[in-house]
Each structure stands twice: as structure tokens, then as C-alpha cells.
Write a protein that binds this ligand. Structure first.
Ligand SMILES: Nc1ncnc2c1ncn2[C@@H]1O[C@H](COP(=O)(O)OP(=O)(O)O)[C@@H](O)[C@H]1O
Ligand SMILES: [Mg+2]
Length: 455
């Protein structure tokens, strides 16, 4: 079938009195790959289950193609929505072979046995599992099981494929490979895809369009570039990756460009968010890691004054700020090193990349590029996008990814048969702790106040 578009209008979903989705509206283009990104508990699985028909809406409506499939009154069952689903925990039938799992929905169709067998083998071959027909899920690795699940989803040529964090249970290396396969095979199949994840890297790599969820609401919806370059709120900026935050007051440059006065010096940036910066008002610079470069080392050849200079717009490069920093931590990343740097005011900048290693305690000079320094009025920072994501006031969120562990409901219902397969098994594992979005990036580092700047 040709891929359908989808329209969600003011969708609301409550569990008892607790809202999981609030006034959620979104349009998905036919044949597009949409990724919904959000922290644990933000309503991603609930949304996917509403689209699949595993949950009934409390409010609003969902159309798939021309068909109204869900509203307060209408509820088309999952098996009549022409969709397939892939889950984090694979949700294969353990008592069925790989071939039987993949062919499950086809056997209930009008296709002959031989045709089913041929299609199943072809599909298994496409996911790299030729010859695995007779294996049981218990005799397959996690990655192989997820490939079977992908084959099962695509074999019936569904118009819409839904993915609920399908890579989250896999090792890093495998995750990357399977991500590429999911992207390629789903696009080849011509299906419309809706994919949910808490991993911003995964979202940006896969998506034609990214929707960012917070507290059951759609905080922003656009291309990866739009979301990264023009985050609509501090919440979106934080969740899509920051080196750190600097608080101060708004000050405009002679050319009218905005900046924030931080510890006596001005950091130029770009106005972001709903409220424009107002001169003299409190504001916050949210710094993308890509905006920070280590330009010289204390006493280095090209640094006359080493790292001891004040923060200031560098006179030769008006779009940048030069700021002193002290290396707090350094991590080898293969292509180079990620640094954590303490900067004046007790702030930290994390994930600052350099091909060279700067050891702990080294004084350096940093350059901050205006285009990656996003200025949000403090009023904006205060706007709660309440997803249970704590953004402690006063303490800058150093990582782009909030530390939050919560209960992540596993998806599924027995009756999304063919589409959801043995998701009922997943449902029984409903209460499991979510993996923190990115443990490494939320590690506590020593207080920056220990490092002094005399300049
Ligand atoms: N079956 C359920 N009963 C009650 N509350 C639920 C149920 N499923 C999810 N929730 C709640 O709804 C909110 C959103 O959950 P979920 O959609 O699973 O988020 P995510 O997939 O983004 O982690 C959470 O607060 C969660 O505890
Ligand atoms: Mg979930």
C-alpha cells in the first residue's frame, strides 16, 4: 500500500487523573521518517500506543491517511490500522521460530503457504538473517532478535511502522549498525515511520523531522537542523545537547547584536526563545558544545597571556568570546578528547572537543562562537515544560541531557497481533527502571569553585 500521512489533533490521554498527553497536535507527511525525542516519562510510549490503537484517546483525534482511527468515541482496533510495531524488548513469540514469527501476520492473510515461505525468507535475507529461519528467539542474540522483529514489521508491507526505542537494549556498536539498517530498510519499504527515543544522537541521525516531547506536550517539531539551531525553549536546548550555561544580564553590542554580561564581560550570542532579550534583564546563555574551541594553552606558543585573560569579545573576531578555563576532566574519544572545563563564576563547560589532550588542571583559553551561544531571557528559563525533568534553579544544567531516572512503561498489548506480536510479554515487564539517558554525560564533577582565575 502507499504510505499514509497522519494527523494528530489536540490529542489528550489520561491515566486516571494523571495526564500523560496534553493537547498534542502534529502532522506527519506520507513516507516520512519522524522521530519523537523526549526524556523518560514524557509520554512517548503513550503516544505511540495511542497511534497503534493499544490505548484509547481521552481527547482529540488521530487520522491515519483519510481514516479517523481514534477519538473519544471512535476506536479502530490495532489490526485494522495497517501498521506494524517494533519494540525495545523485541517482543517475539518465544515458542515460534524466526520464520514463524516473521510470517505470523502473513499466515493470517489470504496468501498461500509457499508464497508466505518465500516472502519470509526474502525478508530474513534483507535483514541479514538468511538461513536463520528455524532458529528460536532464545538462540538468537539481541541484535538478531531485533532484526527478526524488524523483518516481522516490514514483511506485511504496512503503511505505517512504529518504533518504540528499538535500539535501547543493544550494545553501542550494534546500535549504530542496526540504526542504519532500520533507516535504510524502512525507507526502501516506502512506509511512513514514527520512531521514539530518548537519545538525541539517534533522533538527529534518523529523522526527516524531529518532535521534542516534554511533559506530554510537543515542545518543538521541525527538522533536526531547525531544532538544534533554533531550539524553542531552554528545555529543548538542554535536551538536545549543551556544553553548559552562563547566567548574567542582557547587554546589546554597538551594532545592536545581543550579548549577556557574565562576570563583568559580554558573551555575544543569538536571541532564542519566546521572549526577546531586554537590555539589563537577567538572561542565560546556553552553550552548544560545537560553539566552544580551545584556542590556546596556558603559556602556549600562540598565547601571549596564556589563559589568564578576562572574558571579552575578541577584538579581531567580534563574533567570538575568549574566556579562560581550567581543565577539570579529560576523556579520550578516539578521534580526540572531550574536556570538562571550569570557567569563571563556578560554571562548567562539558564535552569540549579537541584533537589534543589538555591534562587536568591545565589553564586554557576558550573561544565561544556566537552562533552556538543561545540567549534565553530568564523568564523563558522559568517556563516549566514539566516533564518531571528537574532543571534545578540556580544550578546550571551542565549536561544537555537531564539526569532523570523514572519508570518507563514498556509498550504492547496482546491484541496488536501481527503488528505487535508477542508484545503482551513486554507488557508484563511494565515496571522497569529506565536507563538514564546518558550516564557518562551526567557524571558529577568537582565543584568549579576550586579553580581560581587570576587575570
Ligand atoms: N498504563 C499506565 N498506567 C498509568 N500510568 C501510565 C501508564 N503508562 C504510562 N503511564 C504514565 O504516563 C506517563 C508517560 O509514560 P510513557 O508514555 O511510558 O513515557 P515515555 O515512553 O516517554 O517514557 C508517565 O508518567 C507514566 O508513568
Ligand atoms: Mg517509553
Amino acid at each position: 500500500m502507499t504510505a499514509p500521512g497522519m494527523a494528530l489533533e489536540a490529542v489528550g490521554k489520561r491515566y486516571g487523573s494523571a495526564p500523560a498527553l496534553v493537547d498534542f497536535s502534529m502532522e506527519v507527511q506520507p513516507g516520512s521518517f519522524t522521530v519523537l525525542l523526549g526524556p523518560s516519562g514524557s509520554g512517548k510510549s503513550t503516544l505511540l500506543r495511542c497511534i497503534a490503537g493499544i490505548e484509547q484517546l481521552s481527547q482529540g483525534s488521530i487520522r491515519i491517511g483519510e481514516q479517523l482511527v481514534g477519538s473519544e468515541r471512535v476506536h479502530v482496533p490495532p489490526e485494522r490500522r495497517h501498521l506494524a510495531m517494533v519494540f525495545q524488548e523485541y517482543a517475539l513469540w518465544p515458542h515460534m521460530t524466526a520464520a514463524a514469527n516473521v510470517g505470523f501476520s502473513l499466515r493470517r492473510s489470504s496468501l498461500g503457504r509457499k508464497e508466505v515461505r518465500t516472502r519470509v525468507s526474502q525478508m530474513l535475507e534483507r535483514v541479514g538473517l538468511a538461513g536463520f529461519e528455524d532458529r528460536y528467539p532464545g538462540d538468537l542474540s539481541g541484535g538478531e532478535q531485533q532484526r527478526v522483529a524488524l523483518a516481522r514489521a516490514l514483511v506485511s508491507k504496512p503503511g505505517l511502522v512504529l518504533f518504540d526505542e528499538p535500539l535501547s537494549s543493544l550494545d553501542a556498536d550494534l546500535r549504530e549498525r542496526l540504526r542504519i539498517e532500520i533507516s535504510t530498510l524502512t525507507r526502501e519499504a516506502g512506509a511512513t515511520a514514527v520512531y521514539i527515543t530518548h537519545d538525541q544522537g539517534e533522533a538527529f541521525a534518523l529523522a526527516d523531522r524531529v518532535g521534542v516531547l516534554g511533559g506530554g506536550r510537543l515542545a518543538q517539531y521541525g527538522t533536526a537542523e531547525q531544532v538544534y539551531d533554533q531550539p524553542s525553549s531552554p528545555f529543548v536546548a538542554r535536551f538536545t545537547g549543551l556544553a553548559g550555561e552562563l547566567a548574567g544580564t542582557v547587554q546589546f553590542g554597538p551594532d545592536g547584536s545581543p550579548g549577556v554580561r557574565v562576570h563583568g564581560q559580554v558573551v555575544p550570542g543569538r536571541a532564542a526563545g519566546a521572549s526577546p532579550p531586554v537590555h539589563g534583564r537577567p538572561a542565560r546563555v546556553l552553550v552548544r558544545p560545537s560553539a566552544v574551541t580551545i584556542v590556546r594553552r596556558e603559556g602556549g606558543e600562540d598565547g601571549e597571556d596564556g589563559a589568564t585573560g578576562d572574558i571579552s569579545a575578541s577584538p579581531d573576531r567580534p563574533r567570538t568570546t575568549v574566556m579562560p578555563g581550567v581543565v577539570v576532566d579529560v576523556a579520550f574519544r578516539g578521534r580526540g578528547y572531550d574536556h570538562v572545563l571550569a570557567v569563571p563564576g563556578g560554571n562548567l563547560l562539558m564535552g569540549v572537543f579537541d584533537v589534543c589532550r589538555h591534562g587536568r588542571g591545565t589553564g586554557v583559553a576558550l573561544e565561544l562562537r556566537r552562533d552556538g551561544c543561545l540567549i534565553f531571557a530568564e523568564d523563558d528559563s522559568a517556563v516549566p515544560v514539566d516533564s518531571g525533568v528537574a532543571t534545578p534553579s540556580g544550578i546550571p544544567t551542565q549536561s544537555g541531557i537531564p539526569t532523570q531516572s523514572g519508570v518507563d512503561a514498556a509498550p504492547g498489548s496482546t491484541e496488536a497481533a501481527g503488528a505487535a506480536g508477542a508484545a503482551g510479554a513486554a507488557d508484563r515487564r511494565v515496571l522497569r527502571m529506565a536507563v538514564p539517558p546518558d550516564g557518562a554525560r551526567t557524571t558529577r564533577v568537582p565543584r568549579a569553585a576550586r579553580y581560581t582565575f587570576d587575570g
